[in-house]
Design a protein around this ligand. Structure first.
Ligand SMILES: [Zn+2]
Length: 134
């Protein structure tokens, strides 16, 4: 049974993506998300992977009414800069909230959600979105 082997692999992959892994710069101390090799603040190469807290608050946000290709059909949606509990700021989509309910300072938490479906290939991308803390 092939799928009996592939299910744990898919699950591990999901767990890896579900964790919020950013990169911490040993030189200037800034944290970036997603993890990348070069620090956008000081240019240092060799950021260390770091698991980020899943909770934070909305610093600023914008409502997307004319989405880029591949994201059509769910507008309007909200893109926000979220400041996490450790002070790192990440850009993320909000979910489970109407655009007119979003407020600066709103407490949010990261959840694992579908990003988009590629209808021709059937591939579905998943990633982190943020929703209000209830
Ligand atoms: Zn740096």
């Amino acid at each position: 049974m092939v799928w009996a082997e592939s299910v744990p692999r898919v699950w591990r992959e999901r767990v890896r993506k579900y964790r919020l892994i950013g990169g911490r710069c040993p030189s200037c101390g800034n944290v970036t998300y997603p993890h990348r090799l070069v620090c956008p603040f000081c240019g240092y190469e060799g950021l260390e992977p770091i698991e980020l807290p899943r909770r934070g608050k909305v610093v600023t946000f914008t409502v997307i009414r004319h989405p880029p290709r591949g994201f059509e059909g769910r507008e309007p949606y909200v893109i926000a800069i979220v400041e996490l509990e450790n002070g790192a700021r990440i850009l993320a989509q909000l979910t489970d909230v109407r655009p007119d309910e979003v407020r600066v300072g709103m407490e949010v938490e990261g959840v694992f959600r579908k990003f988009r479906e590629q209808s021709s290939s059937g591939i579905i991308e998943y990633g982190i979105k943020f929703r209000p803390v209830i």
